[in-house]
Write a protein that binds this ligand. Structure first.
Ligand SMILES: *Cc1c(COP(=O)(O)O)cnc(C)c1O
Length: 447
């Protein structure tokens, strides 16, 4: 592990997308705040170029120490072990036919790429709280993967409480088991309503003066603490491809997308110096971003959410669009391609990937693989380019979709089997603000 040569750089600071000329904040302040008070999202004021030695990294965690920790300036040596601990799991590249590689991001404890951001953010927020005292309550609306990654990442961090809101009866059985596993400092609420109702409650809670004392913050991908560590696996994938596998051409990077946090992190990695052929935003039927890129929709015309098989990407109005738009404006369509894939094509791609390559994929990853084939069919410029497709969740998390597509059960995941007998705790919640307020203010938080 090496921090050499980077400790003399000033720390990275951030500004809001809505008031770029206001004074900057520190990364720690931005992590504890989540959304900027003006409603904007925080972006780094400058992106430090990759350090000389980044190509010598031996793991994702090592990359975190070399590349990200120095963003904290003099505090890098305090932050480095936290990042190292957060990222201590595998992110292998798996070859498929047709010059394609899956970058498997689902070997963390809750089996989706969201572990990378959530675990890192939890440790960074814990450190920032220790330094300044006080406590925060992380309030998250989740349709599945975010909630479990955040609960797992933050459980037991001193000064942090977590409240998860999920739509009762609308998440998969596996996802629910992950959400309601009893964890210190974490409460799960089964909301009588859909995901949009959960999101609405969270928004109202943030605006509620009676809840100000709780120090509410968010841990979805609007938070820079989740976004920044996600840059690292793009670097790690690129490094494995070129250095370890000898694939010289820069890869076309395919990102199964919903709220566009993952893609934004990839674009930031390329701006720090990662060599890529381009990015493909692979969306399900929620096609806002592909429609904007194609000039079929205006950026301020955000549609309602549609329910699909790839439920972690069911986002009608992606929050991180604001970051991409701030950075590039209309030029965004020269940097990023976009494709929308429906459920039938997703299932067909899951089946084909099993038949051709013997690989089970989750529906989100299949959206990525199918979007890639569409682009290759229509555009010679990406046809003969090696592709790195982000595999965002373990197929066992979506066993019903896998079975529907292939007629087979995906391989078991030990982390899920262990949950089968774990103690659970869940509280029912009507979908109105006063019920949520009562629960948060009066309810007991488990130790
Ligand atoms: C959250 C999620 C996505 C979408 O990521 P965004 O950053 O919201 O674009 C894709 N796949 C899986 C499995 C997810 O959990």
């Amino acid at each position: 592990m090496s921090l050499a040569g980077s400790l003399d750089r000033p720390p990275v600071t951030v500004h809001s997308t809505r008031s770029p000329d206001a004074p900057d904040l520190t990364l720690d302040d931005a992590i504890l705040q989540g959304l900027a008070p003006d409603g904007g999202l925080y972006l780094p004021r400058f992106l430090p170029p990759l350090p000389e030695d980044w190509r010598e990294a031996t793991s994702l965690a090592d990359l975190g120490v070399r590349v990200l920790a120095p963003w904290w300036g003099e505090a890098a040596s305090e932050v480095a072990p936290l990042i190292e601990d957060a990222l201590a799991f595998d992110t292998p590249l798996k070859p498929l036919s047709g010059d394609r590689w899956l970058l498997e991001l689902f070997h963390g404890p809750t089996l989706s790429f969201k572990d990378v951001g959530a675990r890192t953010m939890a440790r960074l927020a814990g450190r920032a709280l220790r330094a300044r005292g006080g406590s925060v309550t992380v309030l998250v609306a989740t349709s599945g993967d975010t909630g479990s990654a955040v609960a797992d990442g933050f459980a037991g961090v001193p000064g942090v409480r977590v409240a998860l809101l999920y739509p009762k009866g609308r998440v998969s059985e596996v996802q629910e088991r992950q959400l309601i596993a009893a964890r210190p400092g974490v409460r799960a609420f089964a909301v009588e309503g859909d995901f949009d109702a959960c999101q609405r409650l969270v928004k109202q809670a943030f605006d509620d003066p009676d809840l100000r004392g709780l120090g509410l913050t968010s841990a979805n991908s609007i938070n820079v603490g989740r976004l920044l560590p996600q840059m690292l696996y793009y670097l790690w994938g690129g490094l494995q491809l070129r250095r370890d596998l000898g694939v010289e051409p820069a890869p076309y990077v395919v990102v199964p997308s919903g709220n566009l946090g993952n893609l934004t992190a990839g674009v930031m990695a390329s701006l720090t110096g990662l060599d890529v052929h381009g990015f493909l935003a692979a969306h399900n039927a929620n096609a806002f971003f592909p429609d904007v890129l194609a000039g079929r929709r205006e950026p301020d015309d955000m549609p309602a959410t549609l329910a699909t098989l790839s439920n972690a990407m069911d986002v009608g109005a992606p929050s991180n669009f604001e970051r991409l738009w701030f950075q590039f404006g209309r030029d965004v369509s020269q940097r990023i391609d976009g494709v929308s894939i429906d459920d039938d094509a997703t299932l067909a791609r899951m089946r084909l990937t099993y038949e051709e390559d013997g690989e089970f994929t989750c529906p989100h990853t299949a959206v990525g693989l199918e979007a890639l084939e569409r682009m290759r069919a229509d555009h010679a410029s990406v046809r003969d380019v090696p592709a790195m497709v982000l595999a965002t969740a373990h197929p066992a998390k979506f066993d019903q979709a896998v079975e529907r597509a292939t007629g087979m059960q995906p391989p078991a995941a030990p982390a899920l089997d262990a949950l089968r007998d774990a103690p659970t705790r869940v509280e029912p919640l009507p979908a109105d603000l006063s019920s949520l307020r009562d629960a948060l203010v009066d309810g007991a938080w488990p130790n």
